[in-house]
Design a protein around this ligand. Sequence first.
Ligand SMILES: Cc1ncc(COP(=O)(O)O)c(C=O)c1O
Length: 351
Amino acid sequence: MRLSSNESPFGPSPAAMEAAQLALVEGHRYPDDQSVDLRTAVAAHEGVAFDQVAVGTGSAALLMDIIPHVCGDVDDAEVVAFSRSFVVYRLAARNARARYVEVPTAGPATLDRDGYGRDVDALLDHVSDATRVVAIDNPGNPTGAHLTGEQLERLLSALPEHVTVVIDEAYHHFATGQRGYQRVAELSVDHPRLLVLTTFSKAYALAGLRVGAVTGPAELVGPIDGRRTRFNVAVTGQAAAIASLEDAAHLRHTVEGTLEGRARMAAGLQELGVPFTDGLGNFLTLELGAPSPPYVEAYAEHGVGVRPLAPYGMDEQLRVSVGTPSEVGAFLTASAEVLADAPSRLGATAR
Ligand SMILES: Cc1ncc(COP(=O)(O)O)c(C=O)c1O
């Protein structure tokens, strides 16, 4: 079972699958280049105007357009993000030939607290005249750390107007209503260059169909849309995404199932005495206290795929996505053996 890619184990909405199948019949036709129906649906859903929405083949593709677009016309542009943020911010900064500036966060989780906490003032200290983009995954991947609505409001009101702020809400469905988390749309903020990214890959379970969206001021979203590859979002993706937005019951089922699974995984790890970050995404981030490769292998021997995090400089951590109830059970059964000798749990006490 694959618990390594933060996908939804509950699958797409049946209505989305049906819509994609119907769209396939028109597979010999080019898609609507402007994705009018999908953008109209996203605009209605997000409470913004049509020309404030662009869509792409996943939010990763949108980032690869947004960051070079914003950095493109300046020498020595800087992209600022918290350390251990979503890897695509770094890749997009590299494509833009911008300097990628990482803001340190708190350290790993201990038995009593989550790890990798983020500090708004630390981020503001790293913003300069050269900063073109501040990118924040909220909640963050792979750490699960988040900024509260209050923190985000303070950040957005303090960021200068020359900075384009990208708030990446890929996991917002799993975070809403918990521990002070708020979406940008719920805040009273008025930054002129504020972009919000959402994706159909997580709670809507369409990762394989590649659909993401960005909302923001029309003057900014229009030129970003102008950069994208023409006819990018396939007929199947457009149709499935629209149907997903209409299927509130399936979304509820997915979010409830994910939160239940996350809580069960957290309780199980707590019982084992393994430190972890109980983040607000559809995954948990575990501390091993030793290099992760043997643990990844040991999980694989139990048939459980988990994510090593060395590319994030997190050599002794693993990220595990929430699975179906039976997958969560298998993960916890495997964990009792795999993590038995993890140095992080020696001398463990209850959280
Ligand atoms: C924080 C964050 N943003 C964006 C994405 C990318 O999603 P998409 O599938 O829309 O490209 C991910 C995927 O893991 C993610 O973790």
